[in-house]
Design a binder for this molecule. Structure first.
Ligand code: 6GU
Length: 240
């Protein structure tokens, strides 16, 4: 059985979207992973097919009904059990490469995309949903976040990256930002490629790249740098 993603959404037309192209799209057509987008409205029970209602306590916007969402969850769980049920919300834990690895290593996932002001808290608790955010900014719905999470997972699945260098050689895999890249021409608009890259000295190239990755991480992402050092060095090296 291949890695199986079910997306619960009011906009199933957004899927597979960009995941139907490039490496993920090829993987999908080759059956290396499976994607189902289910219309939440199909689980409404009234004749108006309503999925949302006004918030208790007042305020702007609408809230997704727990009964409708619960029925959609039950259906997805029946179609493929043992998958984590993830609610995409800016209130969630920030997605990082460690969580991506964990989800990619399992049987797949069920992704619930929020819209409107939110989702009734009781169904989040009743279904023990994991709440995940893709960053500290606000999207109009969880769908782009679901596409981000799926892209990050799918590229780690066996056979997706093919001959492309190992997925885990890249940015964030070792907790560092990537080193800068160069290709031909060797001189362009008066800018030269760093000498060491033309030298053919593989060990020196590797040393240069490592230093560039570390410098970029220290300067651009001190948060990542601290965590990287916590994991990779002894405490005395934390002193600058
Ligand atoms: Cl998962 N959803 C929405 N609506 N906005 C977000 C997000 C998710 N992650 C960051 N911003």
């Amino acid at each position: 059985m291949s890695w199986h993603a079910t997306v619960l959404t009011l906009f199933p037309e957004m899927f597979p979207g960009p995941l139907g192209l490039s490496l993920a799209g090829r993987g999908l057509r080759e059956g290396r992973w499976r994607l189902e987008a289910r219309q939440l409205r199909d689980f409404a029970t009234d004749r108006h097919r309503s999925v949302d209602d006004t918030p208790f306590g007042g305020g702007a916007g609408m809230v997704l009904r727990p009964d409708v969402v619960d029925a959609a969850c039950a259906d997805a769980i029946a179609a493929g059990p043992d998958r984590p049920l993830i609610y995409l919300t800016p209130r969630g834990r920030l997605l990082d490469q460690a969580l991506v690895r964990e989800i990619a290593a399992g049987p797949g996932c069920i992704l619930l995309c929020g819209r409107y002001e939110g989702l009734d808290q009781r169904v989040i608790e009743a279904r023990a949903m994991r709440e995940v955010s893709v960053g500290d900014y606000v999207l109009s719905g969880g769908e782009p976040a679901a596409l981000v999470l799926l892209d990050a997972c799918v590229r780690l699945l066996p056979g997706i990256m093919g001959a492309t260098a190992s997925a885990e050689e890249e940015s964030h895999a070792d907790g560092l930002l990537e080193y800068p890249h160069y290709t031909r021409p060797a001189a362009w608009q008066g800018r030269a490629v760093p000498e060491v890259l033309l030298s053919g000295h593989h060990a020196e190239v590797a040393r240069w790249r490592r230093a560039e990755a570390e410098n970029a991480t220290r300067q651009r992402r001190p948060d990542l740098w601290l965590r990287h050092h916590g994991r990779n060095s002894d405490a005395s090296l934390l002193v600058p």
